[in-house]
Write a protein that binds this ligand. Sequence first.
Ligand code: ATP
Ligand code: MG
Length: 559
Amino acid sequence: MTIEQPEKRDFIREMIARDLAEGVCKAPITRFPPEPNGYLHIGHAKAICLNFGLAQEYASLGACCHLRFDDTNPSKEDQEYVDSIQEDIHWLGFDWKDQLFFASDMFNFFYECAVQLIRNGLAYVDEQGVDAIRAQRGSIVTPGTESPFRNRPVEENLARFEAMKRGEIPEGNAVLRAKIDMASSNMNMRDPVLYRIVFAEHHNTGAAWRIYPMYDFAHPLEDAFEHITHSLCTLEFENHRPLYDWVIEHCPVPSRPRQTEFSRLNITYTVMSKRKLLQLVQEGYVSGWDDPRMPTISGMRRRGFPAAAIRRFCGMVGITKFNGNTDTALLEHTVRNELNAAAPRRMAVLHPLKLSITNLPEDYREDVEVQINPEQPDCGTRKITLTREVWIEQDDFMIDPPKKFFRLGPGRTVRLRGGYCITCTGYSTDAEGRVTEVQAEAIPGTIGAPAPDGVKCRTAIHWVSVPLGVEAEVRLYDRLFRDEVPDAHEQGFLAALNPASLEVLTHAQVEPALAAAEPEFSCQFERLGYFVADRRDHAPGRPIFNRTIALKDSWAKAK
Ligand code: ATP
Ligand code: MG
């Protein structure tokens, strides 16, 4: 059987290939285990592309990737997050088939495992307060102190654990701890807490449980329960691995998963912690989790980033053991490349200035041809209607232009994209001297044909018909933070916010085809950048576009 290999082999893919060759497993079973306490961000996309990507690469062997909600903390979780996470993974192009799991469906299993540990003298109920337990942990250089409850008889532990479960002990008054080694050089092995009492309502199990397992206890058990072969997580869990292995070793588990760590994705000019993203939402710095400036998957989608670009970016970043900070410009560059190849071209004018072509009749209308995408000649051409009056961009005209300015000025000639070459014959101004209208004459015979000899016409400018164009709202987004590493700002990450990250233009003009577009229609506004019809607010007839990204590529330039 041949297996399609990804472009880049990394240490995890090498390991899995070895495990398959040595018969350690027949097919990799991976999982993506989000906690439903926020929306997914671009860092999660890296973990999704890795875990679901492996399942695709080894699909012919029966590989698969589970989606598991790690919902063991009732106080922060919400159904809204459960729904958005599923939508985002599907949008990214991945699927868990029927392998959808909730850790909360395994609560009985966790409980049985805990009871077995107690029976085997490997866990005890500690009824000291959290402060006392913390004080006894010791430090990296000094061993911890054993709890006075450490050597309780098994029967007493079972009875007290049962009392915890029934809600007979108040929150904070007791925890279940593993009995491992208070002198271990690994702090995680100093009798870690396995269960704590929480009286909050759980989104799935309601008030059925008054005790909840800690991450380090639940996670290996979830993996084992689902027969995960390769449990891939980020580097900060490396020194939790001995505890992961201890849990697998001592609990009655149906399979023996192994944990491997890789570096998390960080990118410049943003923050990635869910706590901070939640703060941006709750305190109104952005319009929601899917605000187009957010590093969330739903934000990037609304911004117009193609899913394929996000997948490619994750592939380029690769899987390593080194933590670093990836340049946001690389993500932007990937988005731009993808859109340059895929996005059809359309005409819109952001800052409209009226241009009258005085030698055309009042009722002049002519369909002219423009290329749909010059990068893809196969896409062919489309027709747009030229009229006597058109909107052009304010900064495509100057009263007294310098020599290097190849656009319009008195006496100068430009082409209206797809239409005539026109020569500026005059302009009008208001009381403050601002240009209110430009007059020009079309040079006959120049549609689809070059300017006559001796006429300099160096640029084709974009335009929108005045009678046919539709007024639109255009939202110009920029980076949310102005600091490269917002977390490093001495006054906190909020002080690094970019006050100019959103500019709303309410009087832009777009061609009629754009006013009729469906939400999420993505295109290049010629000469301006890539734009997408807002998936929430745009409706045919009431056009609202988001700027995905400008044309200029700082990444390509830097290289
Ligand atoms: P945060 O610290 O932002 O709250 P988290 O790691 O707690 O994120 P989870 O919902 O637990 O969020 O993450 C689900 C999975 O996504 C985990 O396996 C985690 O390792 C992975 N993940 C989270 N952030 C990143 C990142 N920046 N890069 C790569 N993988 C990540
Ligand atoms: Mg987590």
